[in-house]
Write a protein that binds this ligand. Structure first.
Ligand SMILES: C[S@@+](CC[C@H](N)C(=O)[O-])C[C@H]1O[C@@H](n2cnc3c(N)ncnc32)[C@H](O)[C@@H]1O
Length: 285
């Protein structure tokens, strides 16, 4: 490894750990790659000396990371599933565990033709846009209560080349006229709604508590408020035999499946993420 790069990585690692910031070697390489203007995989093999501007940029990134700003929010993009998504303070940072929702929905779509997809709560658009990018015949509607999130999602749709197959709606699923916004029913719904119990939000790590939007986290008193509401509206939005794929928080899968069963859904499967946590609930109308 280039000795300058070795020194910069060591200094950054020491600084972050002195500030009590938990940061992986990969994340430091990601910030360094962004400062240099190369791919993260090229950092360690790079032999060129960093210019003063590149060094200054990296120092600025590390300063921001010391304030617990997540790396993706510093550089303005994050890899999710197979694609790169623009992110900002207005959207939840895409999480690796949410890739399970994409994989599960894709498996279903590859088994059974699915033409229309609805995502409730798109954030950066990482879920619905990954699905559209994988299935060229698929069209979708993505809704979010946040206009700023929808702007980021629309930017990502353009980058991924799926803009012509998606429609965005700014809407609140708690609103009395929510279902009336839709003139069609869907073959499949995906959603990763906010699921943190409100009292637990102050206890979250600073990267999440202070830099993910509250709207993307707050699941009400018991974390299940959005699921309760979505269980009530989903039957009117799904075609007969249609399915809903939901991401859930740790320990919520059983309660979420019951909420939907009370509205007539048939629980089909509960999938675990790579950490072994029940993460995705699949139900059929
Ligand atoms: C946990 S984030 C998920 C974002 C993205 N789908 C992902 O998986 O990264 C939940 C999203 O739901 C949106 N949301 C929260 N409450 C909502 C509501 N009542 N109606 C519509 N959207 C809502 C938030 O703005 C946020 O973008």
């Amino acid at each position: 490894m280039n000795s300058q790069i070795e020194t910069l990585i060591k200094q950054a690692t020491d600084k972050l750990s002195a500030e009590g910031v938990v940061s992986s070697a990969f994340e430091i390489r990601l910030l360094l790659a962004e400062a240099i203007g190369c791919e993260p995989g090229e950092v360690l093999s790079s032999s060129a000396a960093l210019s003063p501007q590149q060094q200054q940029r990296f120092a600025e990134f590390i300063k921001q990371r010391c304030r617990h700003i997540p790396a993706d929010k510093i550089i303005g993009h994050k890899g999710f599933y197979k694609y790169e998504f623009a992110v900002s303070g207005d959207v939840l940072s895409p999480r690796p565990e949410t890739e399970l929702l994409v994989e599960a929905a894709l498996e279903e779509m590859r088994r059974r033709p699915c033409r229309s997809l609805l995502e409730l709560g798109v954030g950066s658009g990482c879920v619905i846009l990954s699905l559209l990018a994988e299935i060229p015949s698929l069209c979708g509607i993505g809704i979010d209560i946040s206009a700023a999130a929808l702007e980021i999602a629309a930017r990502n749709a353009e980058t991924l080349g799926v803009k012509s197959r998606i429609e965005w709606k700014q809407a609140d699923w708690f609103a009395a006229d929510f279902v009336a916004l839709f003139s069609q029913r869907f073959d499949l719904i995906v959603s990763n709604p906010p699921y943190i119990a409100a009292r637990e939000i102050p206890l979250l790590e600073a990267e999440v508590r202070d830099y993910d939007p509250r709207l993307a986290l707050d699941g009400g008193t018991d974390g299940l408020a959005s699921y309760r509401c979505i269980a009530e509206v989903a039957p009117a939005l799904l075609n007969e035999g249609g399915k809903i794929f939901l991401e859930v928080g740790e320990g919520q899968a059983g309660a979420v499946a019951n909420l939907f069963a009370e509205q007539g859904f048939v629980p089909e499967n509960i999938l675990r993420d790579l950490a072994g946590t029940e993460r995705c609930v699949i139900l059929k109308k």
